[in-house]
Design a protein around this ligand. Structure first.
Ligand code: ZN
Length: 126
């Protein structure tokens, strides 16, 4: 019983990114999990979107993601990487999202309450 209480006391609230390097690491991690080539990651401040991915495998992430809970940045990364497998937001795209992040819809909703980038998706494909 005591051990459980100690564990609970240790658990942090929403976990945050330490730095840009950790975001880059997450991109490599998810690329490996999906079996795709890891894209080149660029970070810059973007006014209207969270991220974009080009056909040649260049992923641009908004630097504002670093200040958000990890689960949201992770959602954006997975969303963009799934675009390497499915170019639009159709059925195939959604089934990949469900496979990799079962709670992706919830994360997407949370992301939209944080900031009003181009709705309803985080990328520029709509
Ligand atoms: Zn998209």
């Amino acid at each position: 019983m005591k051990a459980t209480a100690a564990k609970m006391a240790k658990s942090k609230p929403a976990s945050r990114w330490q730095d840009a390097e950790e975001l880059r690491w997450a991109v490599r991690h998810w690329s490996a999990r999906m079996g795709i080539k890891a894209p080149q990651v660029h970070l810059r401040k973007m006014r209207r979107k969270w991220a974009s991915i080009s056909g040649v495998g260049r992923l641009t992430l908004n630097t504002e993601l670093i200040d958000l809970p990890k689960e949201l940045g992770e959602f954006v990364i997975v969303h963009e990487l799934v675009h390497r497998l499915a170019p639009n937001h159709g059925k195939v795209f959604k089934s990949f999202m469900h496979a990799y992040l079962p709670d992706w819809e919830l994360r997407e909703q949370k992301l939209q309450t944080v900031n009003s980038k181009t709705p309803p998706h985080s990328c520029n494909l709509y």
